[in-house]
Design a protein around this ligand. Structure first.
Ligand SMILES: Cc1ncc(COP(=O)(O)O)c(C=O)c1O
Length: 444
């Protein structure tokens, strides 16, 4: 067994015990694919600000940050207060309520494309509904998505990301997967196939922007989709409220027809939303026309839609984002982190770099990396993807956890406004220690 694994086992005896039980309950012992880690994942106990603690009492600087949901950090005091207040009032009263209106008003205020809103319980549901709305509104069947762009795990959006096991052929046949950043292929596809309802994408690129979309492609897509009367959907589940207060669409000045939201939207509680042009969203509207209601209208239910607990947390989070320099703070933290890591990689002569847009930091290790602006990585996607094998990535995560830092894949850091200078300094030191451990095992 490697030294990294031995250290991990010694530090995480209680997590190991829990994992033995978890394996009897869940496939592979986990409840989300990304949490799968060999020999076992850490089991967390509590979290505050930029830190979290596991069941063995180990402390971590946390950049997993609720899979990107926690722009304000863990246990933001206003969000905690709002959830506590609401829990005492009603967790679910099976009725319309004031907070859902406030929540939607904040979404409309912040997101340029949001004329009307419908709330869901997750990002997966929000893209499911956006696609149905697009098909219903246009009367067309097919959807264009881009290779590796993730839009949740429902049947329509698996193609281009994972195996199609269990997905009906008829469903996946309605989805066309194209390479990103190539407007000529999009243009040709939209010109030749007149059954395309919408184009959907992660506006900063696949996997939280790890495989970047160039902003010029967004502008080209807007023009091309308009020209061919195809709807444009930005999946801003990750980027919404993070890339700027108004998401990627505000930062890059490209307004889509529809936008899907989740994560930051609900302040760390489960929640999602599909939103967009009123004429499209009104496909869900009840009217006085019985023919419309029974033959054309799109039905939408959901026990936990606009759940009061999620609405309370969402309002508390979004109202702070709307009124305070939350994005500026998180972005400044990310810049400190990127600068510190790039200095470290240069000093210890490890090939790689830290880059990323706004408060997302992506680390590439083991390859000479040229991202001159430290924002959008300009390397070909194949170069980025091929850089680190699964075994290296898994060892890197273990080594980082041993050094007191946790983040998705060891390379994707979601920075919050609550991280402190000390959190950032400790993180840079954790990378230094992790890289030394990897070098000892000749992995870097
Ligand atoms: C861009 C994007 N869309 C949709 C989803 C699905 O959201 P959820 O996990 O809330 O279902 C995710 C999840 O990470 C995502 O990154």
């Amino acid at each position: 067994m490697s030294q990294i694994e031995q250290d991990y086992l010694i530090k995480h005896a209680k997590s190991a015990e829990l994992y033995t039980r978890a394996k009897e309950c869940f496939p592979s012992g986990v409840t989300h694919d990304i949490r799968y880690l060999k020999p076992f994942p850490i089991f967390s106990r509590e979290a505050k600000g930029g830190r979290k603690w596991d069941v063995d009492g180990n402390e971590y600087v946390d950049f997993f940050m609720g899979h990107g949901a926690l722009l304000l950090g863990h246990s933001n005091p206003n969000v905690v207060q709002a959830i506590q207040n609401q829990a005492g009032l009603a967790t679910h009263s099976g009725a319309s309520h004031e907070l859902e209106v406030e929540w939607a008003e904040l979404v409309k205020q912040l997101i340029p494309a949001a004329e009307k809103v419908r709330f869901h319980s997750s990002g997966t549901e929000s893209t499911l509904m956006a696609l149905r709305l697009a098909r219903g509104y246009t009367g067309k069947n097919k959807i264009v998505k881009f290779q590796s762009h993730f839009h949740g795990w429902h049947d329509y959006m698996v193609k281009g990301n994972a195996t199609l096991t269990g997905v009906p052929e008829g469903t996946s046949d309605t989805v066309i997967v194209l390479p990103p950043n190539d407007i000529d292929i999009v243009e040709k596809t939209l010109k030749e196939d007149k059954d395309i309802a919408a184009v959907i994408l992660e506006p900063t690129g696949a996997n939280f922007g790890v495989l970047p979309i160039f902003p010029s492609f967004l502008r080209d897509l807007r023009e091309s989709t308009k020209r061919h009367e195809v709807l444009l959907i930005f999946d801003e589940v990750v980027t919404g409220f993070r890339i700027s207060k108004g998401g990627a669409q505000e930062k890059y000045g490209v307004t889509p027809d529809m936008t899907t939201l989740a994560k930051i939207l609900a302040g760390g509680m489960p929640g999602g939303a599909s939103t967009g042009r009123a004429d499209i969203m009104d496909m869900i509207s009840h009217t006085s026309d019985a023919e419309w209601n029974t033959k054309r209208r799109i039905a939408h239910q959901g026990t936990f839609n606009a759940n009061p607990m999620a609405a309370a947390a969402g309002v508390a989070a979004l109202s702070q984002i709307a009124s305070q320099p939350i994005n500026e703070k998180a972005d400044a933290n990310a810049k400190l982190l990127k600068d510190g890591l790039n200095d470290l990689f240069a000093r210890i002569e490890v090939p790689g770099c830290a880059c990323g847009v706004a408060s997302i930091v992506e680390i590439k290790l083991g390859i000479p990396c040229v991202c001159p602006h430290r924002e959008v990585c300009e390397m070909p996607h194949e170069g980025i993807k091929g850089q680190m094998g699964a075994a290296f990535q898994s060892k890197l995560r273990l080594a980082l956890i041993n050094a007191g830092m946790d983040t998705s894949r060891g390379t994707l850091l979601m920075v919050s406004s609550a991280h402190t200078k000390k959190d950032i300094d400790d993180t840079i030191f954790a990378y230094e220690r992790a890289i030394a451990a990897l070098r000892k095992e000749e992995l870097l």
